[in-house]
Design a protein around this ligand. Structure first.
Ligand code: NAD
Length: 690
């Protein structure tokens, strides 16, 4: 036995406790520890039943994914599972905290499962581009039925204990002492005349589905509708479906083969990269464990528009009371109305109860007076993108905010240091750049100003966690990481139109690449007037987009933009008028329109983004390439299966990218195509970003 699993005996029950901090991953020491404990329990005649539990805050988060891709260590999880399944003494598993992946698969080999009410149970492998590879796709359908198993495996979202009991993953919830409850249950099994059959031998649930496979297929289709080019959700369906008609042991081998194939795929590597990247992003230079976050009990948001409303919702959803400040009562009422309507829609859809809505709304207070922000520990400004207005607001905040209050701006582009300089406490100032819709989108760019204090950053990271955001700390520059790279991409779209492309052809290149929508459909969704106003302020032009805006075509909100939208619909319809307008603009620019290939679109839009990413790294605006990937996947719809722009670039080949950038630079003279020094250096030495 190993120290990672402790063994004790209480009367006739042996207790195996997994002790492998921090999350009781099923590393080789745990696996061999369980096999050793099993040997001991089997050979002790006094032991009549076994309880398997975890120490610390969780049962087990599953296999140790750092072992992936390395030579396998003995014993494999399959062997542990076989021992649990074949045990002559019933094994009861006690879940608390998380019971995930391999942890749950192992538990499915035991005779019964109990859980504390706080437990969360699931098979999240799909999120790493995988399927459960240790029997989960075969045992779960036998335990709870194949359709219910799909509901757990395909989305990969853990279910709470109550739900797990309802669908039959666990047998009982233990309200009091979990271990005592599990032992009591184990003794009941010993004394009952019928111990439950091993899950592998159960067939009732499969028989029902087998008689009507079309219901299963329809359900699977519905669940994979939004798989967006990812292989793993479809592979999960394929594996679960095998349970209906493939003998158990054969299906286990096939499951394993699918798992290994996926593990070696680029998609899964990309998804695993993102898994680690998100965790890595939380590590910030100068913000060690010794830096304690400030206490945040109350927040304020300034501006109740699109972003302010969403930010306020994120905060109250997490139970943080918010005071919302607007210019006047009318604007405040409008903002409150939108928030209320958003919650009402959720209630109508059944995703929120009226009671929760009311509780959240009760946490929201409105005001038009700055004095009423004096008790907030964090204030987030989300007014118009105008430096003069922001400076005026931070000047006012400087007078009323309590000492130590964090003063944040949601600016998309502006210089946070310049904003901070209007206060006499720049150490308390930073950017908190949310993404629209702010109550839904998970990315939060935390903009570290030149003087931002480490504990202010630590607080921002901790607030991000409380409101379920993925934070990435970035430096000050125009547009930070995300919008700066987006600008590099957008600049070229307009020129591609003039040279011969159409909005729908370019959008198709992006959706084929894996983005949920292309840049023109996206522009219509966000509102073309925003960019138009920005361009006017900067003295810039964009022939086609400007012409559309001058015609009042602002996108979805006016029913017309680059596309047409029927009343109440968000589906873009190609508009021949826009086609003629573009041709007219080509003539005006004296450009002979030509065929633009999808490869050219990628080279001229995505390659410059990578180039800008390299510059961002050179300047230290992002701490690491993987931070850029986290930004783009969580904030801009970069396909998860491609791992983010920098990960993708490594696989596309940096020397190829440099060569094509040089080509386009030579042809157009545009700075965006001039390869960054870092990119060139890496390409020359055959190295990668990550
Ligand atoms: P918006 O026009 O929808 O809302 C701005 C709100 O601020 C309005 O309700 C307005 O009445 C209020 N306001 C203006 N001046 C004020 C003042 N002096 N005091 C109090 N309230 C005032 O704008 P938005 O889209 O929510 O953008 C707000 C900020 O968020 C901008 O800095 C923008 O760049 C940034 N941002 C926007 C998006 C987006 O997609 N819309 C995404 C990220 C960041």
């Amino acid at each position: 036995m190993t120290g990672a699993v402790t063994y004790s005996v209480d009367g006739d029950v042996a207790v195996f406790t997994i002790d492998n901090p921090p999350v009781n991953a099923l590393s080789d020491v745990v696996r061999s520890g369980i096999v050793g404990a099993m040997n001991q329990a089997e050979s002790d005649p006094a032991v009549r039943a076994i309880v398997l539990t975890g120490s610390g805050r969780t049962f087990s988060a599953g296999v140790d994914i750092t072992e992936f891709g390395k030579p396998p260590k003995e014993p494999p999880l399959r062997e542990v599972n076989r021992r649990c399944e074949m045990s002559t003494k019933p094994v009861v598993v006690a879940f608390h905290g998380w019971a995930l992946g391999g942890g749950l698969e192992m538990a499915l080999c035991c005779r019964a499962r109990v859980a504390s009410p706080d437990a969360h149970i699931g098979l999240p492998e799909v999120k790493l581009g995988l399927i459960p590879g240790a029997g989960g796709t075969q045992r779960l359908p036998r335990l709870i039925g194949p359709e219910a198993a799909l509901d757990v495996i395909v989305p990969g979202k853990p279910v709470g204990a109550a739900n797990a009991l309802e669908i039959g993953i666990i047998d009982r919830i233990v309200e009091g002492d979990l271990l005592e409850g599990a032992k009591a249950f184990a003794r009941e099994l010993v004394h009952s005349r019928e111990t439950p059959a091993a899950v592998r031998d159960r067939d009732e649930k499969l028989a029902t589905a087998r008689s009507n496979p079309s219901t299963f297929d329809a359900h699977a289709k519905e669940l994979t509708k939004r798989a967006r080019g990812l292989d793993a959700p479809l592979a999960c369906v394929k594996a679960v479906r095998m349970a209906l008609d493939t003998p158990f042991d054969e299906a286990l081998d096939k499951e394993r083969a699918i798992f290994i194939e996926l593990m070696n795929s680029l998609q899964s590597k990309a998804q695993r990269h993102l898994f680690f990247a998100e965790r890595e992003a939380a590590k910030v230079e100068g913000v060690g464990r010794d830096v304690k976050p400030r206490k945040i009990c109350k927040a304020a948001v300034i501006g109740a528009g699109t972003m302010g409303g969403g930010i306020a919702m994120s905060l109250i959803n997490a139970g943080i009371p918010v005071t919302l400040l607007e210019m006047n009562q009318e604007a405040l009422d409008r903002g409150f109305g939108v928030i209320r309507r958003n919650y009402d829609i959720s209630v109508e859809r059944g995703s929120l109860t009226a009671e929760v809505r009311d509780r959240r709304m009760a946490l929201l207070t409105g005001t038009t007076r700055y004095e009423n922000l004096a008790d907030a520990e964090i204030v987030i400004e989300a007014v118009f993108e105008d430096m003069a207005v922001k400076k005026q607001i931070f000047g006012a905040l400087n007078k009323v905010a309590k000492p130590g209050a964090i003063l944040a701006s949601n600016t998309s582009f502006l210089n946070v240091d310049e904003i901070a300089a209007t206060t006499d406490r720049p150490e308390d100032v930073l950017g908190l750049h949310f993404f629209s819709p702010a109550n839904v989108m998970r990315l939060l760019e935390i903009v570290r100003g030149g003087k931002t204090a480490p504990d202010v950053l630590a607080t921002a990271l901790s607030v991000a966690k409380r409101i379920d955001k993925v934070p990435v700390v970035v430096g000050v520059c125009h547009g930070f990481v995300g919008n700066r790279m987006l600008a590099a991409r957008s600049a070229e779209n307009e020129d591609l139109l003039i040279e011969g492309a159409t909005p729908e052809a370019i959008d198709k290149v992006f959706t084929d690449f894996g983005f949920p929508m292309g840049p023109f459909a996206m522009g219509d969704l966000a509102g073309l007037d925003i960019g138009w106003r920005n361009r006017k302020a900067l003295g810039k032009t964009a022939a086609v987009a400007d012409a559309l805006c001058e015609l009042g075509r602002f996108g979805q909100k006016t029913g017309k933009g680059f596309y047409l939208y029927e009343a109440g619909s968000r589906i873009p319809v190609v508009d021949p008028f826009v086609g003629s307008l573009i041709e007219e603009k080509s003539r005006e620019a004296v450009v002979n329109r030509r065929e633009i290939s999808p490869i050219e679109v990628i080279e001229r839009t995505i390659y410059p983004m990578i180039n800008e990413g390299a510059r961002i790294l050179e300047e230290g605006i992002a701490a690491r390439p993987s931070d850029i990937d986290v930004v783009w996947v969580n904030g801009y719809g970069f396909p998860i299966g491609k791992g983010g722009p920098m990960f993708w670039a490594d696989h596309e080949g940096l020397s190829k990218i440099v060569e094509r950038l040089e080509y386009w630079h030579g042809r157009t003279g545009k700075v965006a195509f001039e390869p960054a020094a870092l990119l060139k250096r890496l390409a020359q030495s055959d190295a990668c970003f990550e």
